[in-house]
Each structure stands twice: as structure tokens, then as C-alpha cells.
Design a protein around this ligand. Structure first.
Ligand code: SF4
Ligand code: SF4
Length: 368
């Protein structure tokens, strides 16, 4: 039954649902979850295993809320909102549940000297939740015999002790990347994130996209190149990835005038929806590489490349191309552009080929 029966004035559509959260009315589209409704009202309902890009699993139990008529607390991320529903996100029962649950998580998690879940330089949502909601009794630490694997890949580090088994990395790898390189394995306290036969990621189907790092709420999956440092204070500079023509947006993390890390803007905000490939996420060392070419080089009579001004380099290139055309005709020339260039740059390249030099021998790598 929908509140859309009163759609006059365009306020509601036939598929709208009206419910009450913490005494406040909210209208959400049909199909929304209780968590969607609480977020629309700006309520702070903690989650660990939730990400809008994958199907809800309700495994972490952090987002349990009280719903009138339901005997048990229900996971907001997986429970569909319905017309007339009355939800409480912060009743005593809900708070009690959260604090006990956080105590249980903490008993199987590295704890700092300050008595809080360890921060690994990338943000730890378990720690944030404890800071915001508190925790219950201090429970004895769990002995957890987890399987370990050698992981010589250059980019992804997995710290099983920091994993809360939310399974988000596995679901992301399966549902967003469609790779299924990792899985939950084991039973009880020994459960961990594994690959088939515990092979290293390089020997699995993993594409080293790093999406598992991006979704991990605790920093159990982290970037090897930057994990020794805390870059949370680095300035973020938005840019467009130039490794291909898709146009993914990147946030370059800049500290002391150096790019120290690359992440995607949040899901739902840019064209890449929080996702990046291995090149966009990890291939940034070239920016500060000693051997990076920073100015034009022109080959001298001695056969060596020498630094030159742009004017001189362009002059030499133009003379060379015109010389080939004069001696052998325009079709002796060929112009090759790149999908790393912008559409405008590729247009100019074919214009140069056709209009300036008179040949249709122009090509771009994305055409192959
Ligand atoms: S890096 Fe990408 S492909 Fe590899 S395990 Fe993580 S999500 Fe899956
Ligand atoms: S590695 Fe991170 S994302 Fe994966 S299950 Fe553990 S805590 Fe969740």
C-alpha cells in the first residue's frame, strides 16, 4: 500500500512510501531500505558491511534498528521500508545492542593503548563507531587461528587481525569487479579472507584494482606503497585520470608537494562511481620519478638526445615532417595519437594529418 494515493501537487508519486523514523516523517521511493530512509533524514546509523554498489548482506549487524511490530531488531540495510512503518534508530535497546556488538568486535581486533580499535592510517570505522556510540563490557580477547598466505603482490596488503569479516571486499570483487578472486574461508574464529588454495593474488584472477582496499571499513586491506604512513591529513586534489579515455575522476592525496596516494571520489559522485583500475589507483610513482622527461629532447648530430625549448623542438619536428613529404609524398607520413589524449587533442591530431600535411594516414590506439 502506498501513500502515493495522494499524488496531487506532485509531492508524492505512486511509488512513494511514507514512514516515521525517530518520530520524524520521511518519504522514500518504493524499494528503499530502512537505512535509506534514516540517511535521508541524516540519522547516524553505523554500518560496516554496507555499500550502495553491492547487494545488502546484513552481516555486520551494526545497523540494527527497532521497528514497531517486529519482535527482533532488524538490519536497516536489508529491511525494506514500508508504508506506515515506525522505526527507532537510537532507543535504549538499539544502543545496548550496538555497544555489546562493538565489545564483541573489539575482542577480536587489535586495540591501541588508548583502548580503542587500532587506526592504520586510512580510517577505521570500527574505531569511529566506538568513539561515537561507546562500547559495552570489555570481553576477553579471542584466540583466532587464521590461515596466512605469502602475498608478494606489490600493491595489496591484507592484515587478517584487522578484518571484521564484513565480507564487503568479497562482494565488491564479485558484484562490481566480476572477478571473484577472494572469498570467506574457514569456520568460527579462524574465518578469514582467502584466495582459492591460498595462492597469492598474483596467482589468482585478481586484477589488482584495489577496490577491496577502498571498501574495507577497518584498513584490513591496505595499500602496500603507503601503508607505513598516515596520510589522512594530506590535501586532496581532484583530477581526471589520463591513462585511458574513460575519464575517471581521481583524488590525488598531496603531502609535502608529493602525490602520496590516489583514491576515487566517493561512490555516486563521479562517473567512475568510486571504482578505479590498477593504473588509476596505483600508477602514480612516475609523477616524481627521477627519469621523468620534463622538457622536449631533440636528437643532436652526435646521435644523443639533448634538452631543447618547445619552439626549437617543434621547429625540428615540422622541418623533418615537411622534408619527408617533399621527398616521398604526403602518404609517406603517418600520425598516431593516443587514447590517453583528450578528444580535443585527438581531433587536432587528425586535423594536422589531413589539413596540414594532406594525408589520411592517421590512427589512434583505441581504434584497434
Ligand atoms: S584488487 Fe580488485 S580484483 Fe583483486 S581482490 Fe581486490 S577487488 Fe578483487
Ligand atoms: S578485509 Fe575488510 S572488507 Fe574484507 S571482510 Fe575484512 S574488514 Fe571486511
Amino acid at each position: 500500500m502506498h501513500s502515493g494515493r495522494t499524488c496531487r501537487g506532485g509531492r508524492f508519486t505512486l511509488s512513494d512510501i511514507k514512514l516515521t523514523v525517530d518520530g520524524e516523517a520521511v518519504v522514500v521511493p518504493a524499494g528503499s531500505t530502512v537505512l535509506d530512509a534514516t540517511r535521508k533524514l541524516g540519522r547516524s546509523v553505523p554500518t560496516l558491511c554496507h555499500d550502495d554498489r553491492v547487494d545488502p548482506m546484513g552481516s555486520c549487524r551494526m545497523c540494527l534498528v527497532e521497528i514497531e511490530g517486529q519482535r527482533r531488531l532488524q538490519p536497516g540495510c536489508a529491511f525494506k521500508a514500508s508504508d506506515g512503518m515506525v522505526v527507532s534508530t537510537s532507543s535504549d535497546r538499539v544502543q545496548q545492542h550496538r555497544q555489546l556488538l562493538l565489545s564483541m568486535y573489539m575482542s577480536d581486533h587489535a586495540i591501541d593503548a588508548d583502548g580503542l580499535p587500532t587506526e592504520r592510517g586510512v580510517g577505521n570505522r570500527l574505531r569511529s563507531h566506538v568513539l561515537e556510540h561507546g562500547h559495552g563490557p570489555t570481553l576477553p580477547a579471542i584466540e583466532a587461528p587464521r590461515g596466512y598466505r605469502d602475498e608478494p603482490n606489490p600493491y595489496i596488503h591484507f592484515d587478517a587481525e584487522a578484518c571484521v569479516l564484513c565480507n564487503l571486499c568479497v562482494r565488491y570483487c564479485d558484484e562490481v569487479e566480476a572477478v571473484s578472486a577472494i572469498t570467506l574461508a574457514g569456520r568460527g574464529a579462524g574465518t578469514t579472507i582467502a584466495t582459492a588454495d591460498q595462492q597469492g593474488l598474483l596467482d589468482s584472477s585478481c586484477e589488482l584494482c584495489g577496490g577491496c582496499i577502498a571498501v574495507c571499513p577497518t584498513g584490513a586491506m591496505t595499500e602496500k606503497p603507503s601503508r607505513a604512513n598516515d596520510y589522512r591529513e594530506a590535501e586532496k586534489v581532484r583530477t581526471t585520470c589520463n591513462f585511458c579515455g574513460v575519464g575517471c575522476q581521481l583524488d590525488l592525496h598531496v603531502q609535502d608537494d608529493r602525490v602520496v596516494r590516489v583514491t576515487s571520489p566517493d561512490p555516486g559522485t563521479t562517473v567512475n562511481d568510486g571504482n578505479l583500475c590498477i593504473k588509476g589507483r596505483f600508477s602514480y610513482e612516475f609523477i616524481h620519478h627521477d627519469e621523468r622527461i620534463m622538457q622536449p629532447l631533440v636528437r643532436g648530430r652526435d646521435g644523443n638526445l639533448w634538452p631543447a625549448t618547445w619552439d626549437h623542438a617543434l621547429d625540428v619536428a615540422a622541418k623533418g615532417l615537411l622534408g619527408v613529404k617533399a621527398r616521398h609524398g604526403a602518404d609517406a607520413l603517418g600520425f598516431v595519437s593516443s587514447s590517453r589524449c583528450t578528444g580535443e587533442e585527438n581531433y587536432l591530431m587528425q586535423k594536422l594529418s589531413r589539413a596540414a600535411f594532406g594525408t589520411n594516414n592517421c590512427h589512434q590506439c583505441a581504434a584497434t
